[in-house]
Design a binder for this molecule. Structure first.
Ligand SMILES: *[C@@H]1O[C@H](CO)[C@@H](O)[C@H](O)[C@H]1NC(C)=O
Ligand SMILES: *[C@@H]1O[C@H](CO)[C@@H](O)[C@H](O)[C@H]1NC(C)=O
Length: 481
């Protein structure tokens, strides 16, 4: 049976399982698919899916259903390009953007408590903010300014979150700092946003005489897995569902950064980017029962004990960069496709997780690379392949898009390349963009200055451009139109 022999309703259901890019391609093949792909119901489905997956914040399901088709298309466009205020035509490099709104939250902050860039994070979907306050890690709801939950501890060294269940809850990894012995550890919890209750998923205390957790710890959490960087240039990876952990690292002594994508982890040094299957760690997990002595745990050497599925060079034969940071952003247009941004910092800057001002000398450029990583379809839809036919897993694709040298201190990059960067003159923070066009280079397009000198947190969504920071003892979440 051919695809087009299917009844229209079935074709629509199939299209509704596709991503924006497939729907656009289908619409160019013939009139029937073109009409279905341009229909209002199709675009509601596409935008609702993007909203459910956390790409679109500040829009309810009802908002989406009430939007005309052209506005729905504009939502998708904005996910790629960012708010209009971030485009060069709309803003001036010199004035703060007028087309911005903000929400002010009022957590009790001790006077003189120092905040760093890593202390405030807006979670994907833009509904909640995590704040590392003097009394512990706090979760605030943006819409009504309510404190949802607090983890009491003055030793929260780093944290990360993975929003679950279409925004109902989040899994958090919390790194507890402190002096050895017995004072460091990792907590993984599931926080239900509506009840404000956190269920413990995994709790590990590190024993031994070593400071395992030294900034930047750069924790990551995704699905069943979390990872925390150790001082010894290795990572400890946790599988909370199996209550197990595994230490991975490189034999060479240079730094690596690690992040997860479905079924895989990405390990990046200043020389190479490598993608490993999580399945490669089978048989290497250790049960996390009781306190863990990481000095006694065998390290799984990347590239030696296990081999990457795919790899590329980041900066071959280059000098050693002491700081490597990786930011992995899923594509809003193509399912199971990511942009991997890799920052190589020539000095040990105040980044990330370090306190203080941070200053990058202009003759010491930051090296920034961007790769596209495609996992291929999970499995081809049965209707397209034919019943009973099973295909082997498609290969991963890793493709270098661009390399930049940027003379600024940059951080927090979105899918489209929007960053927060310091401006040359006064070291204020502003939104800039690394353009990926063939002639593109590091360009400060759409430079939007923030109103105050803030303690910065990531730009979370390209959609609302939410940026959170602490200023004058308030927690401010700023949005752009
Ligand atoms: C959280 O706050 C504590 C106490 O002020 C501080 O020592 C720690 O470095 C902070 N953690 C992060 C991630 O900034
Ligand atoms: C959060 O709690 C509410 C109320 O108990 C419950 O209905 C909901 O299923 C919970 N959500 C998750 C994701 O556990």
């Amino acid at each position: 049976m051919k695809l087009l022999d299917l009844p229209l309703e079935l074709l629509l259901i199939i299209l509704c399982c596709c991503d924006v890019s497939s729907v656009m391609s289908a619409s160019q093949t013939n009139k029937i698919l073109h009409d279905l792909a341009s229909s209002h119901i199709m675009w509601i489905s596409l935008v609702e899916d993007l909203r459910h997956r956390g790409f679109v914040d500040r829009l309810s399901a009802a908002d989406v259903r009430a939007m005309p088709t052209l506005d729905l298309v504009a939502v998708v466009r904005r996910l790629v390009l960012g708010p209009a205020a971030w485009s060069p035509a709309q803003s001036s490099a010199e004035r703060p953007s007028r087309s911005a709104s903000h929400v002010k939250l009022r957590p009790a902050m001790s006077p003189g408590h120092p905040f760093s860039q890593q202390d405030v994070v807006v979670l994907p979907r833009g509904e909640h903010v995590l704040l590392n306050n003097s009394r512990g890690l706090e979760c605030w709801r943006v819409t009504d300014g309510v404190l949802v939950w607090r983890y009491e501890s003055d030793r929260v060294q780093a944290f990360a979150a993975d929003v679950q269940d279409g925004g109902e809850s989040a899994n958090l990894v919390i790194c507890i700092g402190g002096a050895p012995p017995n004072h460091q550890g990792v907590r993984i919890v599931n926080l239900n946003f509506s009840t404000g209750v956190a269920q413990p998923l995994l709790q590990t205390d590190f024993v031994g005489g070593t400071f395992y957790l030294v900034d930047p710890v750069t924790p990551r959490i995704f699905g069943d897995f979390a990872a925390v960087r150790l001082q010894s240039q290795s990572f400890v990876v946790f599988d909370w569902r199996s209550q197990a952990y595994c230490k991975v690292g490189e034999s060479a002594s240079h730094r690596i950064a690690l992040d997860f994508i479905p079924g895989h982890f990405i390990a990046t040094s200043h020389e190479r980017i490598e993608v490993y299957s999580m399945a490669a760690l089978a048989g290497r997990w250790v049960l996390a029962e009781g306190p863990v002595d990481l000095d006694e745990t065998k390290t799984v050497a990347l590239g030696r004990h296990i081999s990457p599925v795919i790899a590329d060079s980041v900066r071959p034969k280059a000098r050693e960069y002491p700081t490597v940071v990786v930011a992995v952003q899923p594509s809003p247009l193509v399912h199971r496709t990511f942009r991997v941004w890799i920052f190589l910092h020539p000095t040990r800057p105040q980044f990330p997780g370090c306190r203080g001002k941070g200053r990058q000398d202009d003759d010491e450029p930051v090296h920034l690379s961007c790769f596209r990583l495609g996992l291929g379809p999970d499995r081809a839809p049965a209707a397209l392949v034919g019943a009973g036919e099973s295909k082997p897993a498609p290969p991963l694709q890793l493709h270098r898009l661009k390399t930049f040298r940027t003379p600024r201190e940059v951080r927090c990059i979105t899918y489209a390349g929007h960053t927060l960067a310091t401006t040359d003159r006064d070291h204020q923070w502003a939104i800039s963009r690394a353009t990926l066009t063939p002639s593109g280079s590091w360009e400060s397009v759409g430079l939007v200055k923030l109103k105050r000198r803030p303690h910065i947190a990531p730009v979370v969504t390209t959609y609302s451009g939410a940026v959170a920071y602490v200023a004058r003892r308030s927690l401010i979440v700023q949005y752009f139109e």
